[in-house]
Design a protein around this ligand. Sequence first.
Ligand code: PGA
Length: 242
Amino acid sequence: MNRRILIAGNWKMNTTRNEALQLITAIQQAPVPDGVDVVIFPPFVWLEAVGRSLRDQVQLGAQDCSAEARGAFTGQVSAEQIRELCDWVIVGHSERRRDGSESNELVGRKAAAAIAAGLTPIACVGESIETRESGRAEAFVGSQIDAILEAAGPDTTDLVIAYEPIWAIGTGVSATADDAQAMCAFIRGRLGRRGENVSVLYGGSVVPENASAYLAQNDVDGLLVGGASLKADQFLAIVGAC
Ligand code: PGA
């Protein structure tokens, strides 16, 4: 088994330049536990500045990448361009899939573009409350996983999956640790042979108070944190729960 624990902080469209620099400084006040990867995802515009403030322990990623390699795609950023600044990228976050603007097929192509450029994608999956209540959550998440795997190729293990139920993101209503474990185990099964080596994260209203319950689950290899990653003390408490 070759799975590391990963704590990812997605700053979304938050922080001024100064706030970003203050936050990264504060986050680096505490040591990262051995065997844990801590990766911060600032807005694109601050990637370079935040990257310059990094010391050894905390890593950097981008919040999205284009599925295209280069060309006339105004406002998009290619995986190869991102690779010059950092090692990680989030693809398929539900805020980008919302309203169908990013299909499973497009998310798969983004994951493949990231891998081809040498980035490790954190590919997000997760169901709506309607899908969960109708008993179709596994079928829905399963097809999201299949699209990512098909695009990534049969042997790729250089990716991370984040299970983020849409109803838990930014709502303060987190999944129970049992529900997170059940879906992460389902995802690991769907990963087949790769499941041994691909980390599966939980995300959705993670706070210091619930972090250790998720991390105690067999199939939860880490956490994707939104709101609580914007407060250094909360984020450090979550890292400290590893
Ligand atoms: P949240 O966001 O922690 O604010 O719920 C999680 C995410 O969107 O990755």
